[in-house]
Structure formats: C-alpha cells, structure tokens
Write a protein that binds this ligand. Structure first.
Ligand code: 8X3
Length: 250
C-alpha cells in the first residue's frame, strides 16, 4: 500500500526537498505550511500521479494544528511517516541583547510547534504499532555557539524530544530519527537575518554548502532502511564544515 508522509515546513528548504524526493518515489503526501500559495506551487510541480493533501497552518498555533490534523479525511488519517521540518532561526545576537519576540518565535515554533504536531499524530501510530518520525534538529543542538543561545537551546530541546520519543515509542514499533545538519543553503539565513539577502548569502560563500536535497536523500535513506534498522541520530556537514562555527572557506 502507498505510504503516507506528513511533512511540516513543506513550503521551503529541507521540507520542500523532502516532499519532492518522496513524491518522486510514489509516496502520498500531506503537505503543511503557513503559505498557501507556496504549497499550491509545490503541489503543481509534483508528478501528477502523486496524491497530496495540503494543510495551511502555523505550527505555533496549537488550536489550528489540532483542528486540522483531527479533521483529516479518513483516507489521510493513516500517517506512516512524520517529518518535523518546520522551524527557523530568528536573529543572531548575544543573550543581553536578544529580542524576546525572536526567542518566542524560536521556542514556540521549533519546540512547542513540533510537540503539538507530534502529539496530534502519534496516537494513531501507537494504535497501528507502526510509524516513523524524523525530527529536524541541527548541529546547533549538539554544540552551542556565541550569539545563538536561544536557537541552540531550541535545537537542544529537539534532541531531548527525539531521545524521549524513542524511549517512549520504541515499545509501540515506532522509529525515531534525529537529523542534525550543519549549514544548508536554504532560506534559513535570510530568515535569521530578517530578510538581509546579502548577509544571508555570505554564510554560503567560499565553499560548497549542503543542499536541501542532500538532507532529503538522507531522510529517504532512513525511511527505507530494513525494518529491523533504526537510524537514530545523524549529524551531517558539508565537506568544508567541521563544527557549527568552523567552515573552511577558500
Ligand atoms: C542550522 C545550522 O550551524 O547555522 O541549524 O546553526 S547552524
């Protein structure tokens, strides 16, 4: 039977690349994002044979998340794979100067949003005794860097949630994969620098950064490993990066 994947943050970056990879390989997709027109555009770019269902919501809005997931049509209720890809970095500043709205956005989206979505989907996986959840963490969740305290904290929370999910859900046959990428060329830096394209571009200059499709390929590998295998935790860097703030640039 065709497997159903639920992807948050599907409108851009890793989420979008994952949707494309899954679509090319015949998965049915529930595509979630805040921007309806971007979801529509993605949908139209996928092969016609792929069945998709779009959900427009912000993961930070608990009521919306619950309402939309709970009212999925029956044919879309059996979710096999959840990819928690929604998340962002807002700002880059020392703790004494941090913008509290940025902090709220990161904690609410990267941590609470991921929890809201997961909580709404996991019970049906428990019932079926089957499922696979992929949480997008970051190397920022492995090692804190200056000026990134709250973003790093939010990703450390994702690491803890992945570990906890694995502890609680392994008995129900559910696999948890935590993926921690280094720098990936996406809208990430543009969001972090609040639309400053030049500053964002600099992050990816002088070396070959990871591309979103590299992460999508990795995710695809993890969901197609033999049933006996759980890829629990993967850190992925570009060839030029050795630590969150160490990138060898020419
Ligand atoms: C993205 C990677 O190193 O910019 O999460 O925080 S990093």
């Amino acid at each position: 039977m065709t497997r159903i994947a639920f992807i948050t943050g599907a409108t851009s970056g890793i989420g979008r690349a994952t949707a494309i990879k899954f679509a090319e390989n015949g998965y049915n997709l529930i595509l979630c994002g805040r921007r309806a027109e971007k979801l529509e555009e993605l949908k139209n770019s996928l092969p016609e044979t792929v069945k998709t269902h779009s959900l427009v919501f912000d993961v930070r809005n608990r009521q919306e998340v619950e309402l939309q997931i709970n009212s999925l049509p029956n044919e879309w209720k059996n979710i096999d794979i959840l990819v928690n890809s929604a998340g962002n970095a807002h700002g880059l500043s020392s703790i004494d100067n941090g913008d509290i709205e940025d902090w709220d956005a990161m904690i609410d989206g990267n941590v609470k949003g991921l929890l809201y979505v997961s909580r709404a989907i996991i019970p049906q996986m428990v019932e079926k005794k089957k499922g696979h959840i992929i949480n997008l963490s970051s190397v920022a969740g492995k090692q804190t860097y200056a000026n990134g305290t709250v973003y790093c904290a939010s990703k450390k929370a994702v690491e803890a949630i992945s570990e906890g999910m694995r502890l609680d859900l392994t008995q129900h046959g559910i696999k948890i994969t935590n993926i921690a990428p280094g720098a990936v060329e996406t809208e990430f830096s543009e969001v972090r620098f609040k639309g400053d394209k030049e500053k964002a571009q600099k992050v990816y200059e002088g070396y070959e950064p990871l591309l979103p499709q590299d992460i999508a390929d990795l995710i695809f590998y993890t969901i197609n490993a033999p049933d006996r295998v759980t890829i629990a935790d993967v850190t992925i860097y570009s060839k030029s990066q050795s630590a969150p703030t160490m990138i060898y640039k020419k």
